[in-house]
Write a protein that binds this ligand. Structure first.
Ligand code: NAI
Ligand code: A1CAB
Length: 280
């Protein structure tokens, strides 16, 4: 992992080490980031003990103590918790002035900066959970106080767990949320539906699941590595008047594209709604 180019790896505190935050630092550690440079906080001692055991990270229930020791803080609590967590952390953050990263859907840099006491370098990140297996996709937006060095550090952290796309307008993170932030759930739903169809067609559940998962994996891998566009790869599965053509016509007739578009826009709109609801 490229962090080795830095003289000393930065200490990174993950405030609210739940599904998303642990997917990021789990992926970073898997890629070689030193676990002893990662501090994780959560409300429950049991959660923290499990993280210590699994990843070898340092843990504490005291968010301010974690901030006091960190060069970078990653805010990973639910959007609804963010205001209270930030306000409680403001003195420690103002004392230390770390790079602040938020992965919360919706919450704007403006809100974060206000809640944390002002004048901070903030990066908003919309990651996704496949970061845990090194195949994440993250959208990033940086405020004007973020230095080139801090951007490079963020690139190092997140390219260790997947691809990184910077956006120049903060509002575009809502689009990222609708596509890749929420996106893994869409693909899991499709796998579930394909598995259920396999069972209806007479396969046993285990076989149906294995075929559905491997097919999703294979199609994504082909789309990722091929010189051809996804539409061309699709056409190559469709023999004229064959079986796939019937299935694709069924999807098109049932409005799959419109369904996907509506779903992605619903996710994106919810991100904007969260920002309005939670700005205080
Ligand atoms: N789950 C996902 O696929 C994605 C989630 N996100 C964002 O990540 C954030 C977290 O989501 P999840 O990880 O899914 O939720 P989660 O519920 O798994 O994690 C939240 C963690 O915060 C901890 N927590 C709550 N209050 C705390 C406090 N006062 N101090 C310290 N820790 C506290 C909880 O113990 C929990 O471990 C959200 O803001 C969400 O918008 C962003 C992209 C994808
Ligand atoms: O569902 C959510 O609100 C979060 C943000 C993107 C994925 N999970």
């Amino acid at each position: 992992m490229t962090h080795q180019t830095s003289a000393t790896p930065r200490t990174i505190a993950f405030i609210g080490a739940g599904n998303m935050a642990s997917a990021i630092f789990g992926g970073m550690i898997e890629a070689g980031y030193p676990a002893d440079r990662i501090i994780a906080t959560a409300r429950s001692r049991d959660t923290l003990e499990a993280l210590e055991q699994r990843y070898g990270v340092t843990t504490t229930q005291d968010n301010a103590d974690a901030v006091a020791r960190a060069d970078v803080i990653v805010l990973g609590v639910k959007p609804q918790m963010m205001h209270d967590v930030c306000q409680a952390l403001a003195p420690a953050v103002q004392e230390r002035k770390p790079l602040v990263i938020s992965v919360a859907a919706g919450i704007t840099c403006d809100s974060l900066e206000r809640w944390l006491g002002g004048e901070l370098a903030i990066i908003r990140c919309m990651p996704n959970t496949p970061s845990l297996v090194g195949v994440g996709a993250s959208g990033l937006y940086a405020t004007s106080r973020v230095t080139d060095e801090q951007r490079a550090l963020m690139d190092e952290m997140l390219t260790a767990v997947g691809i990184v796309e910077w956006v120049e307008e903060e509002g575009l993170l809502e689009a990222v949320t609708g596509i890749s932030g929420s996106g893994p759930a869409y693909f899991f739903l499709f796998i579930e539906a394909l598995e259920a169809a396999g069972i209806e067609l007479g396969l046993d559940a285990e076989t149906a699941r294995r075929l559905a998962i491997q097919t999703g994996r294979g199609a994504a891998q082909m789309a990722f590595t091929s010189e051809h566009e996804p539409a061309e790869l699709r056409r190559r599965v469709c023999s004229p008047n064959g079986t796939t053509e019937r299935a694709i016509n069924s999807f098109e007739g049932d409005g799959l594209r419109e369904m996907v578009s509506r779903a992605a826009k619903a996710s994106s709109a919810r991100a904007a709604e969260l920002a309005r609801e939670l700005d205080q």
